[in-house]
Design a protein around this ligand. Structure first.
Ligand SMILES: [Zn+2]
Length: 353
């Protein structure tokens, strides 16, 4: 299996399209068999909605243009699967009639609405005729897109790899941050029952080197959620400055041009689920920490037990900043936290704790 993009194929899954993570996830669901057909439903508030798209489309009104663009690019096929009936007075959607797939006689569905319907929004009575009906569509993956998608997509094989390593997986996966904001990662994996040991993975796929943007996005989400480990998979690679930034932020990045290289690197980067455990803070670990955390961690090592104020007196960074770093080190498992009266103390976690 190779990730190299083939040019001049009949279908149009271009690298540009694959850089859209919505496209990646949607294709992944089709290829994995999680979705067979995207079917519309009528939602009292949002009108026509494709529930399967909820995790990737922020606004239900964006679903149809998104799907149509995929039809245009021969990634999806569409089929008239029913009609929606709109109020002539205010345009509100009154009803959706979807035909069962096996009931289709080839001519498309025949509408069987009442001859008159009263609108709940504006109260007017609509006489039903051609002008109040509009077809709705269901979408399936275009046959030619399946092969290309399955070889290009990483999500499915990576989920398999993680399952083999003993992880429970979610794609996309959601973690709630300290801010109570829910952040979406392309994959969240954790040893069974140990959601506090979450591995958060995002993909950045392009036909050229990535700048800082995916690194910054990963940092912002990880800073808020403190996953046990964050991994950014960059295809084909990051720019030099993006790599430096990732190092500074403590974001682990994995660059790869093809899937074979990816597996070799993943085996090194992702331990078996049973080994996803806290490490003790030794010299090597200290050296591997990003600068801003290393400074804080070293002071705790020197002092044994110390408050955020105590650390901030040494580093001259604000107490709030040190408190953030200390809590991050607690989440990472390097430090422990205890209370002495009204103060919160941080100390180094012992090996067998
Ligand atoms: Zn109306």
């Amino acid at each position: 299996m190779s990730l190299r993009f083939k040019k001049g194929r009949a279908n149009s899954i271009t690298p540009e399209l694959l850089t859209d993570r919505r496209v990646q996830l949607l294709l992944g669901w089709f290829v994995q068999g999680d979705i067979e057909t995207l079917q519309p439903v009528l939602d009292q508030e949002d009108g026509i909605r494709y529930p399967a798209l909820d995790p990737i489309v922020d606004d239900p009104s964006g679903a149809e243009p998104f799907l149509e663009s995929l039809v245009y690019n021969k990634i999806l096929d569409k089929r008239a699967c029913g009609y929606i009936l709109s109020c002539k007075g205010c345009g509100a959607i009154l009803s959706l009639e979807v035909e069962r797939e096996d009931a289709s006689n080839g001519d498309g569905p025949n509408p069987t609405f009442e001859s008159k319907m009263r609108c709940r929004r504006c109260g007017s009575n609509s006489t039903i005729d051609e002008s109040s009906l509009r077809p709705v569509y269901s979408y399936t993956i275009h046959p030619d897109a399946i092969e290309v998608a399955s070889s290009m997509l990483l999500v499915k094989p990576l989920l398999d790899f993680l399952s083999e390593r003993g992880f429970t997986t979610h794609s996309p996966g959601i973690l709630t941050g300290n801010s109570d904001i829910q952040h979406i990662f392309d994959i969240i994996a954790y040893p069974e029952g140990r959601e506090d040991r979450s591995l958060a993975i995002d993909f950045a796929i392009s036909h050229q080197a990535h700048g800082e943007a995916p690194v910054i996005a990963m940092f912002a989400k990880s800073y808020d959620c403190n996953p046990f480990k964050s991994l950014l998979v960059a295809i084909p690679r990051l720019t030099k400055s993006a790599k430096l930034l990732a190092k500074q932020y403590g974001i682990e990045c994995l660059e790869t041009k093809d899937t074979e290289g990816l597996w070799k690197k993943l085996i090194r980067a992702i331990p078996p689920a049973a080994k996803m455990d806290f490490e003790t803070l030794d010299v090597m670990t200290l050296l591997a920490l990003p600068d801003h955390l290393r400074k804080t961690a070293s002071i705790v090592c020197d002092e044994g037990r110390i408050t955020a104020r105590g650390v901030s007196d040494v580093t001259r960074r604000s107490r709030a900043v040190e408190s953030g770093y200390l809590n991050q080190l607690v989440q990472m498992g390097y430090l422990r936290k205890d209370r002495g009266g009204r103060r919160v103390y941080f100390s180094v976690r012992e090996e067998d704790e």
